[in-house]
Ligand binder design. Structure first.
Ligand SMILES: Cc1cc2nc3c(=O)[nH]c(=O)nc-3n(C[C@H](O)[C@H](O)[C@H](O)COP(=O)(O)OP(=O)(O)OC[C@H]3O[C@@H](n4cnc5c(N)ncnc54)[C@H](O)[C@@H]3O)c2cc1C
Length: 483
């Protein structure tokens, strides 16, 4: 048995939902597009699972967070797919793929043929067993990648209120789950091998800011060690967690967030892989011209960094999916994907955004005893990354633009002094539509100090050059400081 479609999206997560919307916007005929997902529900905004979904009061539930509400777009209900003639093949796992023959085989034995394939298989949560620890299948050990995981965590939390929760892993899943467990009245201990939380992104100072707050909420941190084994009761429930440093922690609930692995296995040996994902060009096209890859599974050229990266963030999933559809439907017109990496998280009343790369030296700003903090990363004399907690939309837009423009930074102390003003200055400056005379790359900072309003950048090309901190210090020196 078999069916044939012009376009098939394999995977029914975030990227699939945004791709579907883009297909309808760009024009797809009923019956041309099919989405195959092993999950039993239409695409949804996965980040909701560790936030609103885990709240004890008025939790988010589907259909409220089907894609594409996360980007303030239409909410695509199962009815929407039907109305647009998009075939949703749910609860169906694809078990093999043949990109040369353009076929997918489902676990139900159906062969689905495509003309164009978008691989949007995302990633799976790494299991403890992959690190030599057994016990993942105990009823009170939870992971969090999909709706089934979230439902299980909600049930386990609900039945053990007031008990002890151990969170294994200090990344964003660990941090967001720990916050939710506290809100659900559990006593929480976080365990991770790094010296501080969110070690892949946060500086020690940023991490300390959040950790202090978590501690004030009763969360305990056990750092520099890892889980070595569990103790179980006669029902197979975990009763305690044993750490490599000899510590034993009582546990009624264990939440494991130790990273993810992209779902590439169907395509290994058929498509080029890189950085653990399926390699694409700037059109999200893989080494097979009829096959595209998007979202967590794709490794694509990030122009801003001049290298291929694989990102595990929702904004990247949404935008890479939209870009792939544009590339498929209008290959001549579609540009190279020009993406500014963006990641956010929300825990307790905190809300932060990060843009770019956390490479090079970090410069902090803001009030670390208050509610707004920030940081810039400066590498090879240019701003490459920005972080802000508690900002307004205008301020987040400003740090995004500043990061995208990659201004030159000569004086880190001045950058620290200017803080958010530096990014706001860049976003408030008139952006020239054509470069002023002379080569902007060569423009000395001194010129900018004298004539800040004509401070040059290649606005047309979207690349700022030589935006010196000294110039902004001069320009903004007498303005009211926000930090
Ligand atoms: C709990 C949680 C919270 C998050 N919070 C944030 C956040 O705050 N900020 C942020 O930037 N990012 C966050 N993320 C990351 C973000 O959700 C992902 O980057 C995003 O979901 C990636 O989208 P995707 O479509 O590539 O993959 P996914 O959304 O994971 O979708 C992949 C889909 O493919 C399906 N699939 C895989 N293999 C097959 C197969 N063989 N057959 C059929 N179906 C298959 C999967 O079941 C899944 O439905 C969070 C992720 C999680 C899990």
């Amino acid at each position: 048995m078999g069916r044939a479609f012009v376009y098939v999206i394999l995977g029914g997560g975030v990227a699939a939902g945004y791709a579907a919307l883009e297909f309808t916007r760009k024009g797809v005929a009923p019956g041309e597009l099919c989405i195959i997902s092993e999950e039993p529900v239409a695409p949804y905004e996965r980040p909701a699972l560790s936030k609103g979904y885990l709240l004890p009061e008025a939790p988010s539930r589907l259909p409220s967070f089907h894609t594409c509400v996360g980007a303030n777009e239409e909410r695509l209900s199962p009815k929407w797919y039907k109305e647009h003639g998009i075939e949703l093949v749910l609860g169906t796992r694809v078990i093999s793929a043949d990109v040369r023959r353009k076929t997918l085989l489902t676990a139900a034995g159906e062969t689905i043929t495509f003309k164009f394939l978008i691989i949007a298989t995302g990633a799976r949560a790494l299991k403890l067993e992959e690190f030599g620890v057994t016990g993942s299948d105990a009823p009170n050990v939870c992971y969090l990648r999909n709706l089934a995981d979230a439902n299980r965590l909600v049930d386990v939390m609900g039945s053990r209120s007031g008990g002890n929760a151990v969170v294994i892993g200090g990344g964003y899943i660990g941090m967001e789950c720990a916050a939710s467990l506290v809100i659900n009245k559990m006593n929480v201990t976080m365990v991770f091998p790094e010296p501080h939380c969110m070690a892949r992104l946060f500086s020690p100072r940023i991490a300390a800011y959040y950790e202090e707050f978590y501690k004030s909420k009763g969360v305990q941190f056990v750092k520099g060690t890892v889980l070595s084994s569990f103790d179980f009761d006669s029902d197979g429930q975990v009763t305690s967690v044993n750490l490599r440093d000899g510590t034993q922690l009582p546990a009624d609930v264990v939440v494991v967030g130790i990273g993810i692995r992209p779902n590439t296995s169907l395509f290994e040996g058929q498509l080029t892989v890189d950085k653990g994902g399926i390699k694409t060009n700037g059109k999200m096209q893989t080494s097979n011209a009829s096959v595209y890859a998007v979202g967590d599974v794709a490794a694509f050229p990030v122009k801003l960094f001049g290298e291929t990266r694989r990102l595990e963030h929702v904004d990247s999933a949404r935008k890479s999916a939209i870009h792939a559809v544009a590339s498929i439907l209008d290959p001549q017109k579609a540009d190279e994907f020009d993406y500014l990496p963006f990641f956010y998280s929300r825990v307790f009343a905190f809300s932060w955004q990060f843009y770019g790369d956390n490479a090079g030296e970090v410069v902090h700003f803001g009030d670390f005893s208050g509610s707004r903090i920030g940081a810039y990363w400066v590498s090879k004399g240019h701003l490459v990354g920005s972080f802000l907690e508690g900002g307004t939309k205008e301020e987040y837009d400003a740090i995004a633009l500043a990061t995208k423009l990659k201004p030159a930074v000569e004086d880190l102390a001045k950058l620290e002094e200017l803080g958010l003003e530096f990014a706001l200055a860049i976003s408030e400056r008139p952006v020239e539509t054509s470069p002023p005379s002379g080569d902007n790359d060569e423009n000395p900072p001194g010129l900018a100090v004298e004539k800040p309003t004509v401070y040059p950048w290649h606005a047309a090309a979207g690349v700022a050059v030589a935006a010196s901190v000294a110039a902004f210090a001069y320009w903004y020196g007498r303005r009211r400081r926000r930090w």
